[in-house]
Design a protein around this ligand. Structure first.
Ligand SMILES: Cc1cc2nc3c(=O)[nH]c(=O)nc-3n(C[C@H](O)[C@H](O)[C@H](O)COP(=O)(O)OP(=O)(O)OC[C@H]3O[C@@H](n4cnc5c(N)ncnc54)[C@H](O)[C@@H]3O)c2cc1C
Length: 633
């Protein structure tokens, strides 16, 4: 029997299995829950120790926690102690390291690494720079998952996926990409251009009877985003009225806000769903398909997100001036194509940045191929004789001016519980906006209030190693959009080759199936959803997730011969609690991120959060701004 968990205000959270139900049962056996496979679980990039479930311990005492750089979940706990105000009062014993820098950067995500790069470039090699990072790895959201199967090594992103819309990058971000030697045209060249044709694969959409009652047989329909909407919809097993609804959603050029005096304000004041229902007059099917874009790019459903997100990313907004779709040859096409990416997403970009600021910390030549295939030497990151140092497992707990405002003291907690102090001429805080408000006591009330408006969605990036993927190829798919289902979207490995990395992308060879799941609680307010989603993300057991993953894959791919017990060889779950930045109530007149990023003396604020959107190039622009604010002092 299941227990229903309720939160403090009495809202049901989800049904959690009791001891009884984790015992072997017929479904678990069929799904392959008892198979001895590699299981890895990362929370915010930090490896969690996997408590092997009782059945697995009995069956396979050797199931490893598959730790990453020897991490445990201590860094997450340290971060949460900052949030809980434990360090508001510093302990009486603080170790003064005596170290003094030109610049200290808080947080070594893409933005923090970019800030260090820009500062070093502007000030020259003698500039003394320290990056302090909470986690046991650099890169923040930009993570790599590596899988090995027999002689094959497969590399995939665990977080930040691609260089979105590089042609729209602000000039500061372009400059950084150029400095790194990242040439987006050459990145496109990593892709096998004939792969889809060779195996008859396409972008597909899945239709099953549990989500669409009029559908009698599970089907993948090819051509989602790749052929005209009328042609695509005519192939779907949807009812005529649902097809008509989607045709309007995807092809309308009407301005549904023509009677609004201030359309931008109107969009900010309504949810994306109310735009679809009340302004467009469409129903559940249009909402379900819009959820694809809402979750993938905003991290929540369109029931929760403001309609401004729809304007940026969704169908149905073209006539209002929306950016998600553009017109070419009489059709409206999805803007987020083509995709510019390395196999490990923007992790390669983070590596390139490390190579620039700490050339000895990554082996191999300084080229896209060299850095992708190079080895990261973690013991070269914090060398006493280096002008640039990157210190991991170091959680900044306080940043404040000293010496009459001429310098800044930065206090950080180490993994063994010590509080240490360094000083700097300037500090760039590139931890999330939600962290900045806890560590900089000198913020004004107004700025603190702006930072209160920052929130992050909760996402699961799940990577499943398959020893072959013939069932998926038989379904004609390389990517599968799955409206109304467990995940928004999934795909097999992109056919990418980078230098020495030359995996064979063939249906009879291993692949990694990536599933993108965004936590939601439709029916609750956006604030309640954000809170409960985070709670679920942090507390749901790996075992429950694994059962969900296997059940879903069996349902969707089973008719094409997929057998979860036989075909799944490893599962890695990346849990992102501080996922994409979300502003539940956008302020049109004075955006939160503009107020939240104001310089406080020798302390500047950067990161994707400061750009107001979850975009790598936005983080680069803010890094550039923050460094130049400080250099101008
Ligand atoms: C799952 C996922 C997928 C994404 N995909 C894309 C994509 O495809 N394209 C895109 O452009 N953007 C994407 N994003 C958005 C992404 O956030 C940005 O592109 C970029 O990675 C943000 O970099 P950042 O440095 O601002 O933040 P982060 O990468 O989050 O780095 C912040 C760092 O600060 C550290 N930190 C926090 N508190 C402290 C403290 N007190 N002391 C020390 N360190 C601290 C954190 O550990 C973290 O490493 C994605 C985000 C997520 C979560």
């Amino acid at each position: 029997m299941g227990i229903e968990f309720r939160d403090r205000i009495g809202l049901p959270i989800w049904r959690r299995a009791t001891e009884d139900s984790v015992k072997r049962n017929r479904n678990d056996e069929r799904l392959g829950m008892f198979r001895n496979i590699s299981r890895r679980d990362f929370l915010q990039g930090t490896a969690l120790a996997l408590a092997a479930p009782s059945w697995a311990r009995a069956q396979s005492p050797s199931i490893p926690p598959s730790g990453f750089q020897g991490q445990d979940d201590a860094s997450t706990a340290r971060g949460h102690r900052v949030r809980d105000g434990i360090f508001r009062q510093l302990p009486s014993h603080v170790v003064d390291t005596g170290e003094s820098y030109d610049l200290v950067v808080v947080g070594a995500g893409l933005g923090g690494l970019a800030a260090a790069h820009v500062y070093k470039k502007e000030r020259g090699g003698n500039a003394r720079i320290l990056l302090l990072e909470n986690n046991a790895d650099f890169g923040g959201h930009a993570r790599r998952n590596t899988f090995k199967w027999n002689d094959t090594t497969l590399i995939v992103n665990g977080g930040t996926y691609d260089l979105e819309a590089p042609e729209e990058s602000p000039p500061e971000a372009r400059e950084i990409l150029t400095d790194l030697g990242i040439d987006t045209e050459r990145v496109q060249g990593f892709r096998d251009p004939d792969y889809r044709e060779r195996f008859g694969l396409d972008s597909t959409c899945f239709f099953g009877p549990d989500v669409f009652p009029e559908v009698t047989k599970k089907q993948f329909i090819q051509g989602f985003h790749t052929i005209g909407w009328e042609e695509f919809l005519a192939k779907t097993p949807l009812s005529e009225s649902n097809r008509a609804e989607l045709l309007t959603l995807y092809t309308t050029r009407k301005n549904y806000l023509a009677d609004e005096d201030e359309p931008e304000r109107a969009l900010a004041a309504m949810t994306w769903e109310s735009y679809i229902r009340d302004k467009m007059g469409l129903g559940d099917t249009a909402v379900r398909f819009s959820d694809i874009y809402a979750t993938d790019l905003g991290g929540l459903g369109c029931d929760a997100l403001p309609a401004t997100h729809g304007y940026s990313d969704g169908p149905g907004f073209f006539g209002v001036g929306g950016k998600g779709f553009y017109e070419e040859e009489g059709e409206l096409w999805y803007t987020y194509e083509p995709v510019y990416r390395f196999p490990d997403g923007n992790r390669s970009v983070a590596r390139q940045l490390v190579k620039k600021i700490l050339p000895d910390a990554i082996t191999g030549e300084d080229s896209m191929e060299g850095v992708f295939n190079g080895k990261v030497l973690y013991d070269r990151m914090d060398m006493a004789d280096s002008n640039v140092r990157l210190r991991l497992r170091s959680t900044v707990v306080r940043v404040e001016h000293i010496d009459g405002g001429s310098r800044v003291a930065v206090y950080y907690a180490t993994s063994d519980g010590e509080i240490r102090k360094v000083t700097a001429k300037s500090v760039v805080v590139n931890a999330w906006g939600t962290v900045a408000k806890h560590i900089v006591p000198e913020l004004s009330e107004g700025q603190r209030e702006a930072l209160e408006g920052y929130n992050h969605c909760s996402a699961l990036y799940i990577n499943v190693l398959l020893d072959q993927w013939k069932p998926i190829a038989d379904a004609g798919a390389f990517e599968m959009y799955t409206p109304g289902r467990y995940q928004t979207w999934m795909h097999v490995l992109d056919p990418l080759h980078v230098g020495a990395y030359q995996p064979e992308h063939r249906p009879d060879k291993p692949t990694v199936l990536s599933m993108f799941k965004y936590l939601r609680k439709p029916g609750l307010s956006i604030e309640e959803q954000l809170k409960l989603n985070r709670y679920e993300l942090e507390t749901k057991s790996f075992e429950e997730l694994e059962r969900e993953i296997r059940t879903e894959l069996e349902y969707v791919l089973g008719p094409w011969g997929f057998n979860p017990a036989e075909d799944i060889k490893a599962i890695t779950v990346n849990r992102w609690g501080h996922g994409y930045i979300v502003f539940p109530h956008p302020d049109v007149d004075s955006p939160h991120h503009i107020r939240g990023q104001r310089r406080v003396g020798r302390i500047s604020f950067a990161g994707a959060d400061a750009s107001g959107s979850p975009w790598t190039q936005g983080a680069f622009r803010e890094a550039h701004r923050a460094v130049h604010e400080q250099l101008a002092l």
